[in-house]
Write a protein of this length. Structure first.
Ligand code: NFS
Ligand code: SF4
Length: 650
């Protein structure tokens, strides 16, 4: 048994960890160990650092220490800490969305010459959905109108609801969000208000704080929905694509450029520009340029351009460890600063590109939206130059890679279902659930968390859900975990699907006009593309004639880590979804707050958090939640049918 078995289930990563040990580089896995044991105050959320009198740590049995210096109780402190995660996540996602919306605006206005409206059909569809007139207007005019509407969602000063929430959820959810006062009017406004609300000496009411946290979470949702819509408008709506994943995609004979981060504005242009620069790479002695992705910018270019996946969050350093990465081009979010120090042991250039995400000592090529291709060219040229300095002694070629079938936008999924039922594609899924062929739908999302074994929860939970006939969609680093481990393949359907899921997927594969059979799990894209999964949920609810809390749909972040994951989890709860997380969140320090997020939320929204680190138990809880919902659904439709029968008899 390798000493790295506890670190990761990924064989490529294990080999690279052996190499890291050999060269004496401490990776994220070593640093995670070095953090143990963790402080219990922080672990349970009862350490407050909101003002400079802190840290105040709550010791329940110690007189005077059972409250913070200002008198804040455990429930106030835990609630404030929790919602501030959401504010961080919503800021990241929505800033990304704002960046894309601004780019669409600029294209519509005739600037940003290197971008264009690639999917005008989607632009018109979005315009229609949000109630904008399109007749007699040019595509550029519609682009300006839609982007301006999106930008309004960031800074509206009146109380009108955010357009991208309002236009994408069920009527039931709209009413629920209004009744519970969590419908946001402005993304930025709700975040600022939450930071105000959680300032020292302000709101002490944990429930009030949590509701504001949910309002911000819906702002996060709004930013993600518009980011997905407008990214599709700019770069195209993903369609099924076949590629490969894991460190074996790094090709010793090619100039290897990894794109890492989240924002497709640069990575997509790097991918397109690299196609035109193959000759320059050949002149440098390589066979060409090989692009691969890490984290969600990788998912963006995987979905739209079939770019291979190198690895996911926890193992990003290990890509450099192969000695084969010539440049790693990063934009924003989830980029380990350690990449730079590691790159010093190799020839790799770490290139930062965004003004808000710099790493001391790395190369900073500021991305210029007005001259995007020029920016991309300069970066690729630096990678080609660097390739020439590769050290053959330090190369460790990786063989591990798996085939990947990805690119499942909601549009693509519906088109596939339409091959079975062209009049009502979504009913293909809902009917299979009603008939008991499928148990329901599970969304797998989120990161890696170095508190556990890398990719283990992702893989084990999905395999067990597959055996239990659950239709699965995935995003983010969860999608990449499945890509790396061969679960995004038709072969995995044969190996892991239960009889119902297998029959369902094979039936559709036989009819769908695709170059490949369908994979076990449908990879829907980056983390902002969790919006696509919610649109699937909304469609299912409308087709079933129920609101979202009654749809047999669950979500799991088997290895969540980032503030963004907390925000996504929170709005999924508001959408009425049971949300499993494979770590224990720092809410346990207050029974009240912990009870609200794991139980009471269910009474109000239908959704709630399930915190379970053990993958087998986590899966059982997800299955139980699905079974309860599909059982109720069947009882309800049987009763409805019986009632209709009686009506006709009378
Ligand atoms: Ni989501 Fe994607 Fe990965 Fe987590 Fe980071 S890359 S936006 S946050 S770590 S899934
Ligand atoms: Fe302590 Fe209150 Fe300041 Fe928090 S806000 S650090 S509990 S004094």
């Amino acid at each position: 048994m390798s000493e790295f078995e506890k670190c990761t289930v990924d064989p490529a990563a294990r080999e690279m960890l052996v190499k890291a040990k050999k060269i004496g580089f401490l990776t994220s896995f070593d640093r995670a160990k070095a953090q143990e044991p963790r402080c219990n105050f922080g672990n349970s959320g009862i350490c407050c650092r909101i003002c400079l009198q802190g840290p105040c740590r709550i010791i329940p049995k110690k007189l005077g220490a059972n409250k913070g210096i200002c008198g804040a109780s455990d429930y106030t402190i835990v609630a404030r800490n929790t919602v501030r995660y959401i504010a961080g996540g919503a800021s990241a996602h929505s800033d990304h969305g704002r960046h894309i919306a601004t780019a669409v605006l600029h294209v519509g206005e005739g600037h940003a010459k290197d971008y264009k409206i690639t999917d005008s059909a989607k632009l018109l569809k979005v315009a229609k959905r949000i109630g904008l007139p399109t007749e007699g207007k040019s595509i550029n005019e519609v682009a300006v109108a839609v982007a301006s509407e999106a930008l309004k969602d960031f800074g509206r000063q009146d109380t009108a609801p955010c357009t991208w929430v309002e236009s994408t959820v069920t009527e039931g959810r709209k009413k629920k969000f209004k009744d519970t006062t969590i419908m946001p009017s402005s993304i930025n406004g709700s975040i600022a208000e939450l930071l105000h609300q959680t300032h020292i000496g302000n709101d002490a009411d944990p429930v009030n704080i949590i509701f504001s946290g949910l309002r911000v979470a819906l702002g996060d949702y709004d930013g993600m929905q518009l980011a997905t819509d407008l990214s599709d408008v700019l770069f195209g709506t993903p369609t099924p694509t076949v590629t490969e994943a894991n460190l074996g995609v790094l090709d010793p004979e090619m100039v290897n450029i990894c794109v890492h981060g989240h924002n497709p504005l640069l990575s997509q242009v790097v991918v397109d520009t690299a196609r035109e620069m193959q000759e320059e790479a050949k002149a440098a002695g390589a066979k060409g340029i090989k692009l691969s992705g890490i984290c969600c910018t990788g998912n963006e270019v995987l979905s739209r351009a079939g770019v291979a996946i190198a690895t996911n969050f926890a193992t990003q350093e290990l890509a450099i460890m192969t000695g084969l990465v010539d440049a790693i081009v990063v934009d924003v979010q989830c980029i380990m600063p350690s990449l730079r120090s590691l790159s010093e042991c190799f020839h790799t250039k770490v290139i930062t590109t965004m003004p808000i995400s710099k790493i001391p000592g790395s190369y900073h090529y500021e991305f210029d939206e007005e001259n995007a291709v020029e920016s991309a060219r300069a970066i690729i040229r630096l990678a080609i130059e660097t390739y020439k300095r590769r050290d053959p002694e330090k190369i460790e070629r990786q063989e591990y890679k798996n085939k990947v079938v990805a690119g499942f936008s909601l549009e693509a999924i519906l088109e596939i279902f339409a091959s079975v039922n062209p009049d009502n594609p979504i009913s293909v899924l809902t009917e299979a659930i009603k008939a008991g062929e499928l148990k329901g739908v599970a969304l797998f999302a989120g990161c890696n968390n170095l508190k556990g074994t890398h990719n283990q929860n992702h893989v084990e939970i999905a395999k067990k859900m597959a055996a239990n006939d659950v239709f699965m969609v995935a995003t983010g680093c969860a999608g990449q975990a499945y890509a790396m481990s061969g679960l995004l393949t038709p072969e995995a359907v044969e190996a892991y699907a239960g009889p119902g899921l297998k029959a369902f997927l094979n039936r559709i594969s036989a009819k769908a006009d695709l170059k490949t059979a369908l994979p076990l799990i449908f990879h829907m894209g980056s983390c902002v593309d969790n919006s696509r999964a919610t649109s699937l949920l909304t469609l299912m609810a409308n087709e079933l004639g129920v609101d979202t809390p009654d749809v047999p749909f669950v979500a799991s972040a088997p290895e969540p880590m980032s503030e963004k994951a907390v925000a996504i989890g929170a709005w999924n709860v508001a959408m009425g979804i049971p949300v499993h997380i494979g770590v224990i969140a720092p809410t346990t320090g207050s029974d009240l707050v912990h009870g609200v997020v794991t139980q009471i939320a269910k009474d109000v929204f239908g959704g709630y958090f399930i915190m379970e680190t053990d993958y087998a138990k986590g899966t059982d809880k997800l299955l139980a939640a699905l079974e309860e919902r599909s059982w109720k659904l069947r009882i309800r439709s049987a009763a409805k049918a019986k009632y209709a029968e009686r009506e006709t008899a009378n």
